[in-house]
Design a binder for this molecule. Structure first.
Ligand code: FAD
Ligand code: NAI
Length: 473
């Protein structure tokens, strides 16, 4: 059997891999992309964690559950009455699956459009040859001059407590619970814990979140984390901080979690389902990395330099399988930058400008430095914030929780960080990222005409607040 040769072979078709493959093909390279993810019928399902069991399905369920919550609790103040509100969980999950499928199909279409050869199987290293790196894909052998590894990550289980996806759920099981559980437990109040906890709480579950750290959302700006904690608690999400999780027993009657509370007291929680969302681990076991001496760190992540080069010539790695935030857009940016570097261009990713969004209600979004980071670095800064309560559009929407906060350099006024908790924070944060990419000052934003009435006016007002001259507050 003869080898198939390519300029670039990408292993993994998540957001890091499929975007890298498209960009490589756009740059004129003969490109292959290999991905093993199977849909329910055993067919290809490119898009990785993000499309299949991450960003996309979670946002579909967040949308459905938010509609349900609005219909149940928000419509009345608009004079809209609804009797006998029901939720058909099977239909909601089927819609989510359809949204996922549209994205899988979209990627297959993009591969065709860009002439990327797609292989649906596991890809693993065989050896280095004079022509490049030999990669096994089932019975096939591909050879690539350049390899981009984008194999992503998987949910981390608690030691000795494997996921059964029936009672003890990873993000995968959490996105396909067939009926609203009466009691839902979550271990970890990170991004998945809050998003998934919100979905099932809105649909009627009693939700209890157990978090090891004593601080809520420690990486988020303190003021934002405090506001979000207040809002989630008011909604009925129970979050217990500073716990130590002990034995977990799963049986016909549900799941029992023994834990020690922050005061050292022994506690027990019994729930129908338990979601374990305590972070993710890089996927490197299927790569046969040892055969070629690809260096991994102690977590199993591929070791890369600032430009995503591994220890092997012509082998690159991007996305969740390497250091840095585990975010789809970070993976995509790295994928594009690597394809461009292979083409001799100057691909660049600024990690300080990677925005974060938590799609709860209120949404939380930020870019750049937090106030606690600036204090720790001893940087002189000015802060300004503006509450959505004073924003006309937010009042009309009936969604006035939260604020926009700007942090700017005390001397130059350059924007150092923007933190938002409130309606549509996920969309509003882009203006901040753009401004920071152009190294704008707070005054630059304050002097730009923003449409009225819009939530974005809160951004302009927060920029004005840096100079203590808000107009509407
Ligand atoms: P992945 O998306 O994990 O893709 C890797 C692909 O490689 C997979 O298809 C896998 O099957 C394949 N693969 C692995 N090994 C092999 C092999 N040897 N051969 C062939 N194929 C292989 N991020 C955001 O930015 N926004 C969000 O809203 C968001 N929501 C999330 C919600 C949840 C519930 C979860 C779990 C994650 C979420 N994330 C979100 C994180 C995001 O999904 C990841 O950061 C992103 O998917 C990483 O992309 P990637 O390409 O590095 O890897
Ligand atoms: P996470 O890192 O966001 O949160 C994990 C939480 O679990 C932390 O608060 C940690 O202190 C806690 N924890 C760890 N071990 C624990 C233990 N033994 N007992 C109790 N608590 C424990 O990880 P999560 O939520 O699993 O999500 C993984 C990643 O996926 C995120 O970090 C993010 O990169 C990505 N993601 C992004 C989303 C977005 O951008 N909107 C949505 C969902 C996931």
């Amino acid at each position: 059997m003869s080898n198939q040769n390519f300029d670039v072979i990408v292993i993994g078709a998540g957001p890091g891999g499929y975007i890298a493959a498209i960009r490589a093909a756009q740059l004129g390279f003969s490109t292959a992309c290999i991905d093993e993810w199977k849909n329910a019928r055993g067919g290809p399902a490119p898009g990785g964690t993000c499309t299949n069991v991450g960003c996309i399905p979670s946002k579909a369920l967040l949308q459905s559950s938010e509609h349900f919550e609005h219909a149940g609790h928000g419509f009345a103040e608009h004079g809209i009455g609804l009797a006998n509100l029901t939720i058909d969980v099977a239909k909601m999950l089927a819609r989510k699956d359809q949204v996922v499928k549209q994205n899988n199909d979209g990627i297959l279409y993009l591969f065709k459009k860009n002439k990327v050869s797609f292989f649906h199987d596991r890809g693993s290293f065989v050896r280095q040859t004079a022509e490049g790196w030999e990669i096994a894909v089932g019975e096939l052998r591909l050879v690539g001059k350049q390899i981009i590894v984008a194999t992503g990550s998987s949910a981390r289980a608690l030691p000795g407590v494997p996921f059964d996806e029936a009672n003890i759920l990873s993000n995968d099981g959490a996105l396909r619970i067939g009926a609203v559980p009466k009691k839902l437990g979550l271990i970890g109040s990170g991004v998945i814990g809050l998003e998934m906890g919100s979905v099932w709480r809105r649909l009627g579950a009693q939700v209890m979140v157990l978090e090891a750290l004593p601080t809520f959302l420690g990486a988020v700006d303190e003021q934002v984390a405090k506001e979000a904690h207040k809002a989630f608690t008011k909604q009925g999400l129970k979050i217990e901080l500073g716990v130590k999780v002990g034995a977990i027993e799963s049986g016909a009657k549900g799941v029992k979690v023994a834990y020690t509370d922050a005061k050292g007291g022994a506690q027990e929680l019994t729930v129908d389902k338990l979601i374990v969302s305590i972070g993710r681990l890089p996927n490197t076991t299927g790569l046969n990395a040892e055969a070629v001496g690809l260096a991994l760190d102690e977590r199993g992540a591929i070791v890369v330099d600032a430009e995503c080069r591994t220890n092997l010539p012509g082998v690159w790695a991007v996305g969740d399988v390497v250091r840095g935030p585990m975010l789809a857009h970070k993976a995509e940016e790295e994928g594009v930058a690597v394809a461009e570097r292979i083409a001799g261009q100057h691909g660049h990713v600024d990690f300080n400008l990677v925005p974060w969004v938590i799609y709860t209600h209120p949404e939380i979004a930020w870019v750049g430095q937090t106030e606690q980071q600036l204090k720790a670095a001893g940087r002189a800064y000015k802060a300004g914030s503006f509450p959505f309560l004073a924003n006309g559009r937010a009042r009309a929407l009936g969604d006035t929780t939260g604020f926009v906060k700007f942090l700017a350099d005390a001397a130059s006024d350059e924007i150092l960080g923007v933190h938002i908790v409130g309606p549509m924070a996920s969309e509003l944060i882009s203006e901040a990222a753009v401004a920071m990419a152009f190294r704008a000052s707070a005054e630059d934003i304050a002097r730009i005409c923003h449409a009225h009435p819009s939530l974005a006016e809160a951004t302009k007002e927060a920029a004005l607040a840096v100079d203590k001259r808000t107009l509407n507050f």
